[in-house]
Design a protein around this ligand. Structure first.
Ligand code: ADP
Ligand code: MG
Length: 220
């Protein structure tokens, strides 16, 4: 089973992980009231479907004022979105996530998943975020770092350093990355997950580490 991006972000938030502020809307009418919870005029409309590759398929739109936002919500809601992960029939957009836009400095890749062969948890990291890991594995496999950890042990400092090497972080960001990885590990174990993928994990223009997209699959 997998859950929507907004639900995955809700879980991340509960575990103290930085995600942008956002609200989910199930009907376009809800926009007027829900938008009051956000503090920015730059808003990203994100189609909530169980598939990635939304950005390139028109399922992620940046808006800069309320009029634009309303138009984008109207046009995206109910649309059939065809991404490289939906198959040719596409998926109907039945809910939207309305999120504060973040100014991006760098995009990275971070995921953790069960490595069945070794019975360990594999953390995958890369300096190349925002693109599919499959594509990266074919085109730039040397840019993918895999770090395996035991499910029943704590993650060592050496492992963390290995994981975050591709990110070239400063000391404060390293601390945040450490907390993020520990939180992901905890979520992974407590909720019986088979995959958590943060793509992209970003450094904002202000230097903050933020999860901009989140995918979670449960072990079933
Ligand atoms: P998908 O992986 O389905 O294409 P993402 O959530 O990863 O969807 O979004 C695609 C791209 O859109 C991101 O790589 C990022 O550049 C941009 N984006 C997504 N959310 C935001 C946001 N809140 N603020 C600014 N840019 C965003
Ligand atoms: Mg993504």
């Amino acid at each position: 089973m997998n859950i929507h991006e907004h639900q995955a972000k809700e879980i991340l938030k509960k575990y103290g992980v930085q995600v942008p502020n956002g609200v989910v809307i199930l009907y376009p009418d809800e926009l007027n009231t829900k938008i009051k919870k956000l503090n920015s005029t730059n808003i990203v409309v994100k189609a909530q479907i169980h598939a990635g590759g939304r950005g390139k398929a028109g399922g992620i739109k940046l808006t800069k004022n309320f009029d634009d936002l309303r138009k984008e919500v109207k046009s995206m809601y109910g649309k059939i979105l065809i991404t490289h992960q939906t198959g040719p029939e596409g998926k109907k957009v039945k809910r939207l996530y309305i999120e504060e836009a973040t100014e991006i400095n760098k995009e990275f890749y971070l995921s953790c998943l069960i490595d069945r062969r070794s019975s360990k948890i594999a953390f995958i990291t890369s300096s190349e975020g925002g693109i599919d890991i499959e594509k990266l594995a074919t085109e730039n496999p040397e840019k993918i770092i895999t770090t395996k950890v035991n499910l029943n042990e704590t993650i060592s400092q050496k492992d963390i350093e290995n994981m975050i090497k591709p990110f070239s972080l400063n000391e404060i960001q390293k601390k945040d990355a450490n907390n993020l990885i520990q939180a992901l590990f905890k979520i992974f174990k407590e909720k019986d997950m088979s995959l958590i993928e943060i793509n992209p994990l970003i450094i904002t223009k202000q230097g903050k580490l933020v999860c901009l997209d989140a995918k979670m699959n449960f072990d079933d």
